[in-house]
Design a binder for this molecule. Sequence first.
Ligand code: ZN
Length: 265
Amino acid sequence: MSRVTIDRRRFNQLVAALVAGAGAVPVQRALAATAARPGLPLIVLDAGHGGIDPGAIGVVGTYEKNIALPTVIELAHQLQATRRYRVQLTRRDDEFISLEGRVARARAAGADLFLSVHADALPDRAARGASVYTLSEQASDREAALLAASENRADLVGGIKLDTRDPQVNGILIDLARRQTNNLSIRFAQDVVNELGRHVVMLTNSHRSAGFAVLKAPDIPSALVEIGCLSNRTEELDLRRAPYRIEVARALTRSIGDYFDAIGV
Ligand code: ZN
């Protein structure tokens, strides 16, 4: 898939048209990520894996899917208790959902923030600690190019309806939304690292980037948190304990609060 290419003069014309036209206000609002949407911000929480997909399997046989779900349910309760957000879950039970299906649910719901919760398994059984992922720049570029080339022009990106019928305008709008989304995702991931780091062991380089399909919404700030390593026996036993997961959920609740404080919502 080739990137959307455009010459400099045409780019300037398009930007001028966007800024001058009726589209300017929705674009600005959409890029503020949450300001355009009425009511409380919507957080979509995604418990990794489920159904036929157990995810990682721990040393004593713990399934990742069975750690992710109670963590997400606890986190949902804590977030709702703040009365600051609306919260939706991609799954509430042991259901298999494709990675694309998870993103589709978040986009259909109009999520302001997406957090996917997992537990890791590393080849080194001595390694332990939590880590946070955001979408890598490369994967993000690829996804934006695919979306820009997609036939689905009725789609919404960042609250902007892609109905201009001009593929170059659509490409620019997607790119603007995507850049802003990346910045917000990185900001959120740093908040998660800071808050989690106060309560649980973190892996070195605890903020990483990768091409996770579940992080590919171009218009929803998204992160994936590995709340610990099932490949480490001590941490596996920690992750099986509700008080430990409650502590993790507390840190995540605070990080979500930090994030919305920082972006002024
Ligand atoms: Zn996982």
